[in-house]
Design a protein around this ligand. Structure first.
Ligand code: ZN
Ligand code: ZN
Length: 931
């Protein structure tokens, strides 16, 4: 059997289909892992890495005295499986295999993944032949060629990957532990430090500092407006920026008619077609389409695995000779791009464009197969179209522009205007992503005189450098040798998820700054790109077998020991520097009551804003639980209260900006205050001035407190407290109503529970009893369907009934029996005859009488007479002796209060018939028998 191991399940499936050709591929599932078989071949997919490198056991305790953070530098490592099921299947199949081909992605990471698979195979089958298939696109031609030219695994390339893995683990784990322990952070709050991550973060922090320290300079620009044949023309003073205001004013004053054309230069400019896409240029181009780096790469990988584009992780910007460019053009014929492809085929440039970087592993990113918008969906199509159009552009002729540069003289002041006209659009025909803006000047001749319509002196300020966008940062990382084409976007993603940076463009958080500041002060090696770049260079040497893995790891280990020498000497300072700076992260401003700091506090899932003056000062503001998002401070501050604004952030959902916590606290409580009848605007103001914002605060006060603070007399104070208690009760009932609706009404898009409750409140329905009595029309107005309204009303009635009965004293056990017998409302208790209630529920008639009595008293109604069990049993016998009366009839008679011969004899047949549905003539018969 020939076993083929691919990088992922999806690529395994595709490779099997392509190799099988017309033959049918049999897919089998074994413990959730799919294998694809045909002929004598079986293809199975990994999940990227299926084993991971970790420290030998014994290093898990962070606070161990023996295994200090530094000890991790020299700790031994082991490989352990992370995908046990896949590992098991690979080894099961390997035992039967007589040939194994590794068909993972072709780059350092893919080679390492391949080597991991190689070791898994070797562990169970030491003699089987193992070879390697290398391809850059999962297309029929590439896959066929790869399997016709099988080679050996490149152990040097894999060793480079292993080196990086080892060094990253060593640096990341030891430094993360050291810094987190120094700053007393644990659990989910650890401060991670990494070989690539930290220098990247440092770049973002440094840029922020540049922006903050930037002192803007004022400068002036001068322009004039003229025209020819009605066409307006703007000309700029040739001095460009004036930094001296007087000079600018003098030039403005000197600008006078006549305006004379002194020189006209016509020229032509070549506008070169863009170079082929490598990973970085691809991410930059995709970011213009609104895709984040991580998203763009995720989609590109998906397109690659489905055979639509070539391998998207590449540093190459030069098409290799072996790439069949015309073949790819042919593949694209007939689809949406047919016209564009035909045009390119007719006008194809003799040699495709080429970028600065050339490598031999993968070609630049290019289309590999035809696709349709319908098959791909909007986002994948956007990326696919970009790759196709870029490919077409690289084969298209350059665009050419006709340029004009005019010089003018305005009484000694020199001005200039430039124009451009697109002569031939070339590649721009097929690549519409960058706009070509024409500026066509009228035809001027030297010596020509023109009017000056307007002179415009503008004051401007120099701008600080811009923050890095994700795609710009990836470009700079590449220039500095930080990370690789495969890891750069992941590093940025990690910085975001660890809350070191936020937003796009990227801004450091206070924690991010604190960590970088502390590292900069005590161990700058970690934040400077040199160390990381050196390692990338060493990896290149390992790939070329010029250095060994052990050698490079040892060197890195020694460097890390030197870093620890410095760190350990300053552990206390580092810790306190970080802690001081990050405490600031939670501080919102001063407490309005006592002047101490107000801080965001997190306690498990609950979070609130509390005063650092606690317990003397009990001022606090509640926040939604952290399931709604973790509360963080943002830059804006409230002009009224001087407090920083608060935002809730949750992974995968848009942030919820609360704004000034005190403003929002006041706004959400003012309505409740106004529910108190004696509340006036003036009183609200006075309460606020004394930091009393909620009805529950008023309800919790002593009358004396209110007299002393808000200036009311003792009687008014008591009245206020009483009213506050009333308002609290109304609020309690409202919140109960809200919870009830949330429980009963299923959520639906565009119909929030808050909206429903609000509409009900507006219609005067403020609690569950009011809801149970509501008109269905009111529910409909609140956006609930007819069926939903019936269900909601029934549920509300049921709940109210149950509550009344419980309040009356009916025990819960009996209540269940009544409900099971269809007796649910207090009215049922008061109006249904006791014999009927007893027979329906199986409860002893004397007990039923006790319950009925309680309910009637509770509702202020008259209780019915008692019926004993003996009377009921005797009565049943009497009734059953009457010819024609069976047990069913007895039950029906109970409903009319007839339970023995005497009650039957006294009955009015007309009335009984209408209650029980028994025919009047029959009732007459029964009664006549008794007589
Ligand atoms: Zn306080
Ligand atoms: Zn405010």
């Amino acid at each position: 059997m020939h076993l083929i191991i691919a990088e992922k399940n999806i690529s395994a499936n595709r490779i099997a289909q392509l190799l099988a050709g017309n033959e049918k591929v049999k897919a089998t599932k074994d413990g959730n892992v799919s294998t694809y078989s045909f002929d004598t071949k079986t293809v199975v997919g990994l999940k990227g890495h299926v084993v991971e490198v970790d420290f030998e056991p014994g290093y898990t305790n962070w606070r161990s005295e023996v295994h200090t953070p530094r000890s991790l530098i020299d700790a031994g490592t082991i490989k352990k499986p992370t995908e046990k099921k896949i590992v098991n299947i690979i080894q099961k199949l390997s035992k039967k295999a007589d040939l194994v081909t590794i068909a993972t992605d072709y780059d350092t990471e893919g080679e390492l993944i391949g080597k991991e698979a190689y070791e898994l195979v070797r562990a169970v089958n030491p003699r089987v032949k193992i070879n390697r298939a290398r391809f850059s696109a999962i297309t029929p031609a590439e896959i066929r060629a790869a399997f016709e030219n099988l080679t050996d695994l490149d152990f040097a390339l894999a060793a480079a990957g292993e080196t990086r893995q080892a060094v990253d683990l060593m640096w990341g784990a030891s430094l993360t532990r050291f810094i987190s322990l120094a700053a007393r952070r644990g659990g989910t709050n650890i401060l991670s430090v990494g070989r690539v991550q930290s220098p990247t973060l440092a770049m973002i922090v440094n840029r922020e500092r540049e922006i903050e320290n930037f002192v803007p300079q004022t400068y002036w620009t001068l322009s004039l407006a003229t025209e020819k044949d009605g066409v307006p023309v703007e000309a700029r003073h040739t001095a460009g920026r004036f930094t001296d205001h007087d000079a600018a004013l003098a030039a403005e004053a000197g600008t006078k008619e006549p305006l004379v054309v002194t020189d006209v230069k016509e020229g032509q400019k070549n506008d070169r077609a863009p170079a082929p896409l490598d990973t970085t240029t691809f991410i930059v181009a995709a970011s213009r389409l609104g895709l984040s780096a991580a998203n763009a790469m995720r989609i590109a990988e998906d397109l690659y695995m489905n055979g639509y584009i070539s391998y998207p992780r590449t540093d190459n910007t030069v098409y290799p000779k072996s790439l069949n460019l015309n073949g790819i053009l042919e593949t694209l014929r007939g689809g949406v791009f047919d016209k564009d492809v035909a045009w390119v085929q007719q006008h194809q440039r003799p040699v495709p464009t080429r970028g600065k970087k050339e490598s031999t592993d993968h070609p630049p990113i290019h289309p590999a197969g035809a696709a349709t918008r319908e098959a791909l969906g909007p986002d994948r199509w956007k990326v696919y179209e970009l790759v196709v159009r870029r490919f077409l552009a690289t084969l298209s002729p350059d665009a050419t522009w006709a340029t004009t540069k005019c010089l003018f003289d305005a009484s000694g002041q020199p001005y200039t205007a430039t124009g451009g006209r697109l002569l031939s659009p070339g590649w721009r025909r097929v690549y519409p992503y960058s706009e070509a803006k024409e500026n066509i000047l009228p035809v001027f001749a030297p010596g020509e005189r023109l009017p000056i319509n307007n002179v415009n002196l503008e004051e401007k300020q120099t701008q600080p450098p811009a923050r890095y966008s994700q795609s710009r940062l990836i470009q700079v990382m590449e220039e500095l040798g930080l990370g690789t084409k495969s890891t750069r976007h992941e590093v940025i993603g990690k910085l975001v998820s660890r809350r070191y940076v936020e937003g796009n463009p990227l801004r450091p958080t206070l924690v991010g700054r604190a960590v970088i500041d502390a590292l900069d002060n005590h161990a700058e090696t970690i934040t400077e790109p040199e160390m990381t770049r050196t390692l990338e260079e060493h990896m290149q040497l390992i790939k070329q077998s010029q250095r060994s893995r052990e050698d490079v790891v040892t060197e890195s280990r020694e460097m890390l020991h030197r870093v620890f020498d410095k760190l350990e000497a300053h552990e206390k300072e580092i810790g306190s520097e970080i802690m001081e700076q990050t405490a600031e992260e939670h501080t919102l401003g001063t407490c309005p009551v006592c002047g101490h700091d107000l801080r965001i506090r997190h306690l498990g899932v609950s979070q609130f804003i509390g005063c650092t003056g606690y317990p003397e000062c009990r001022f606090n503001i509640s926040l939604p639980g952290s399931t709604w998002g973790r509360a963080i401070r943002i830059e804006e501050t409230c002009p009224e209260h001087g407090l920083a604004h608060v935002r809730l952030i949750r992974k995968g959902s848009p942030p919820w900006t609360i704004g000034c916590p005190l403003c929002s606290h006041i706004a959400s409580n003012v309505e409740a205050l106004r529910m108190m009848p004696s509340m006036t605007d003036d009183l609200v103001q006075r309460l606020h001035a004394h930091h009393i914002y909620t009805v529950s605060e008023i309800a919790g006060k002593q009358p004396g407190d209110l007299v002393a603070t808000v200036g009311v007399d003792a009687k008014e104070a008591e009245q206020l407290i009483h009213e506050a208690e009333g308002a609290l009760e109304v609020l309690r009932r409202r919140s109960e109503l809200r919870k009830f609706i949330r429980k009963v009404v299923p959520p639906r898009k565009g119909r929030s529970h808050a909206k429903i409750t609000k509409s009900l409140l507006e219609q005067g329905i403020g609690d569950i009893p009011a809801l149970s009595r509501a008109d269905p029309a009111a529910l409909k107005k609140a956006g609930i369907s007819d069926a939903g309204a019936t269900e909601l009303l029934e549920a509300a009635r049921g709940l109210c009934n149950e509550r009344t009965l419980r309040e009356a004293g009916v025990p819960a056990v009996s209540l269940k029996k009544y409900q099971a017998g269809g007796v649910a409302s207090p009215d049922d208790f008061c109006y249904l005859p006791i014999p009927y209630l007893s027979s329906k529920t199986g409860i002893n008639p004397e007990t039923v009488h006790k319950h009925v009595d309680m309910v009637c008293k509770h509702l202020g109604r008259k209780s019915p007479a008692k019926v004993t069990r003996a009377a009921l049993e005797r009565g049943q016998k009497e009734l059953l002796e009457v010819p024609g009366i069976g047990e069913t009839t007895v039950e029906r008679l109970y409903l009319a209060g007839i339970y023995d011969a005497a009650t039957l004899q006294e009955a009015d047949p007309g009335e009984v018939s209408s209650i029980t549905g028994i025919a009047k003539t029959k009732l007459h018969d029964y009664i006549s028998h008794l007589k």
